[in-house]
Design a protein around this ligand. Structure first.
Ligand code: NAP
Length: 307
């Protein structure tokens, strides 16, 4: 496949960057991939796994000569990393990122970059609860959305190139306003993560009373919360601090709905509960119909009879 770049620099080599490397190679990318990571352990892993042709301890060195630079670090350090690489960026390079929040990243990164590069923020909505260079795999982005939040001055040709790149990695693509992106993600990802963190925290407090019962008898609902609540603490701290307004807005609505359900339970209002759960079941069906999750029982973890 003819990808529009010859040299990709990945700044930060964790789950997302390693998956980009695997997926780019799977798509036939035969150009150069350089990378930068803080720890020697991550840099060694990146070379051992063949994620990069060359790895640097300095972000600045990794971007030298690259025509596509992708910032794959936690959202809270994007601005500092942009300032570090700015003087070393090649003329005409595209600088992008994969941050889970867009408005705050644009605010932090855009002012740091020189005129002679194009900054095109992006967010692949794909991930797992694992992190680090060993966690990546080539199919992570397959059939998942990658959202782009270009700014007014974005060159349409450069945007088309980046979209073609992500499509080659397996993603479906869409373009969105940054503030709208942050509100959508607050509903679909950020608030649910906070709720999972809270639920697991509550159960952990309870465990002190009930010994190991919470772990031993963990049914599907709680078990699924623990998977989400195992996500990287640094990444998620930064997501909440950077998407404060939208997350608080959605949590406010969540609290109101929770109180309404609480009242329905107290009053024995079965009709309210049934109508509510019927509506939420339809949303789940919509997600499956859109190909964004499996329809296998228990997410495919329990074999069907006869399998
Ligand atoms: P990750 O696996 O934890 O990897 C993060 C990488 O960034 C590591 O290579 C780490 O280096 C480096 N790093 C961390 N702090 C740094 C700092 N202060 N300065 C320079 N480098 C630093 O993270 P990830 O899951 O790939 O996430 C990366 C980005 O993708 C985040 O912005 C996140 O919001 C976004 N994202 C994540 C997901 C997801 O589900 N995980 C999905 C979509 C988008 P060391 O290993 O040397 O510490």
């Amino acid at each position: 496949m003819n990808l529009p770049y010859r040299h990709i620099a990945l700044i930060g080599i964790g789950l997302i960057a390693s998956s980009i490397s695997h997926a780019a190679r799977r798509a036939g990318f035969d150009g150069r991939i350089t990378g930068a990571a803080r720890s020697a352990e991550t840099r060694d892993a990146a070379l051992r796994l063949g994620l990069c042709d060359q790895v640097f301890a300095s972000n600045a060195e990794a971007v030298e000569g690259a025509d596509l630079v992708i910032l794959c670090v936690p959202v809270g350090v994007m601005g500092a990393v942009a300032a570090e690489i700015a003087p070393h960026l090649a003329e005409g390079a595209t600088v992008s990122d994969v941050g889970s929040v867009k408005a705050a990243v644009i605010e932090a990164v855009a002012p740091e970059l020189p005129e002679h590069v194009d900054f095109i923020p992006a967010h692949p909505i794909a991930g797992t609860e694992y992190s680090g260079p060993e966690a990546g795999f080539a199919s992570l982005f397959d059939n998942r959305w990658c959202l782009f939040t270009p700014t007014e001055g974005t060159d349409p040709g450069k945007l088309d190139d980046l979209i073609a790149f992500w499509r080659a990695l397996g993603a479906k693509t869409d373009v969105m306003d940054p503030a709208h992106h942050d509100l959508v993600l607050a509903v679909t990802s950020h608030a649910p993560h906070l709720i999972a963190y809270t639920m697991v925290g509550v159960a952990d407090d309870l465990r002190r009373v009930t010994e190991n019962e919470v772990i031993n008898y963990s049914a599907a609902g709680f078990r699924d919360f623990t998977r989400i609540a195992a996500s990287d603490p640094t990444m998620w701290r930064d997501v909440f601090l950077s998407n404060k307004a939208a997350t608080l807005e959605i949590l406010g609505r969540f609290t109101e709905e929770l109180f309404a359900l609480q009242r329905a339970i107290r009053r024995g209002d079965g009709d309210h509960l049934h109508a509510y759960f019927t509506r939420t079941r339809a949303i789940r069906r919509g997600i499956i119909d859109a190909g964004q999750d499996t329809n296998a029982p228990d997410f495919g973890r329990t074999p069907k009879p006869g399998e």
